[in-house]
Design a protein around this ligand. Sequence first.
Ligand code: ZN
Length: 188
Amino acid sequence: MTKISEILEYNKNFVENKEYETYIADKFPAKKLAIVTCMDTRLVELLPRAMNLRNGDAKIIKNAGAIISQPFGSVMRSVLVAIYELGAEQVIVVGHTGCGMASINADRMIASMHERGIHPEVFNTLENSGIKLKRFLRGFSSEKEGVIHTVEIIKNHPLLPPHLPVHGMLIDSTTGELELVVDGSEQD
Ligand SMILES: [Zn+2]
């Protein structure tokens, strides 16, 4: 694990050497794109390179699996802010091969929570408050299905501007090759 002191030391040099200069951009996405994708470590640099995105080009919204579990949750809010406040004119949902959310095992994760010291009482309290943990920790059965589902949620959202294209893609986590899963321009 990288220690905080190492990060801060590196950062000091980064700023002093003005390495930031090649990244200067403003908050409005130059390519007028909003991208919803996964937090997977393999995509950190690969996705922007493979899609020819540089600093300032796109709003990139990430979470585990590029999933929108709540139509009125923070991911969808981010998409709407990107559109209405920052000028995004297209949305692309990008899933990826080998996504952890395709193989997530809620039972295993709950067992791990027990092992790491979450008190059994907590699970009872949550269950009694109507929090369905297994549902909360649910992923999808295939990466492609996950992309299609997220595209549908965005496309059908009552606050999405009419005719705004919402596309779906799958990126190969190794080669960066993109597959178009949903062509949102067809809906116009
Ligand atoms: Zn993923």
